[in-house]
Design a protein around this ligand. Structure first.
Ligand code: PEP
Length: 253
């Protein structure tokens, strides 16, 4: 049975209080879309104000530290995100893997910490262009998934709807280049197999999102691909004008 679609905006390092009205437009349009779950992962500085003024809409962080507290200057714990009103967090985004040199092991610890604390978690994985051109994309992303999947207390098994994967080819993020439906389908099928191998039947409940230059023009085609359970959207999530049509394309599936 198809999983309900999940469309998540990643605002990256964009957004100040002047953007709250735009966020409110997105939240109110999303409330009118049935059959699709929608969330915005905002800069940590905005979550509290957004969650306070838009109760009922799902806001998330763009990262979560693996430790509960401690000497980690500039980092945000799961408890802090929850306290601010977040209900989810992205972990392992390729920009953090490259800018902050995050390893699969750290990403796995972050996913486990987030889930254990009660946050939903979206775990990002994806290959570079070199890897894709060398014909190694599926094998590389599968092993990235294996190495960063949460286990133990915070594992996805038994937490339906709390854990999602985002397959984001690095070369497609913010570039306007999109993986072909055939390549997306091949990758998502391969990831589904790994999720079932890791979690048994519960692996079929983990939503697999596609991310990489999703926009209003290509969303319907991407959502039609088997095992595409939604999208992680960067640039096109910054305005209601661009984001709402993507949500509507998901709701139409
Ligand atoms: C992202 O930030 O995860 C992303 C997919 O960005 P964009 O949609 O801009 O490619």
């Amino acid at each position: 049975m198809a999983l309900s679609k999940y469309v998540v905006g990643n605002w990256k390092m964009h957004g100040t209080s002047s953007d709250l009205p735009e966020i409110a437009s997105i939240a109110s349009a999303a409330a009118g879309s049935t059959g699709v779950d929608v969330a915005l992962c905002l800069p940590a500085t905005l979550i509290d104000r957004a969650a306070t003024s838009m109760a009922g809409f799902a806001f998330g962080g763009q990262d979560v530290h693996q430790d509960e507290k401690g000497a980690h200057t500039g980092c945000t714990s799961a408890a802090m995100l929850l306290d601010a009103g977040a209900s989810l967090a992205i972990v392992g985004h390729s920009e953090r893997r490259s800018d902050q040199c995050e390893t699969d092991e750290q990403v796995r610890a972050k996913a486990e910490a987030g889930l254990k604390a009660g946050l939903g978690v979206i775990l990002c994985i994806g290959e570079s262009l070199d890897v894709r051109e060398a014909g190694q994309a599926v094998a590389t992303v599968q092993s990235q998934l294996d190495a960063s999947l949460p286990h133990g207390d915070g594992a996805a098994a038994g937490v339906p709807g709390k854990f999602a994967i985002a397959y984001e080819p690095i070369w497609a993020i913010g570039t306007g280049k999109v993986a072909s439906p055939a390549d997306i389908g091949e990758m998502h099928k391969a990831l589904r197999e790994r999720l079932v191998a890791a979690y048994g039947d519960a692996g079929n409940e983990v939503r697999i999102l596609y991310g990489g230059s999703v926009n209003a023009s290509n969303a319907a085609e991407i959502f039609a691909v088997d095992d595409v359970d939604g999208a992680l959207v960067g640039g096109a999530s910054l305005t209601a004008e661009k984001f709402v049509p993507i949500v509507e394309a998901a709701a139409a599936r």
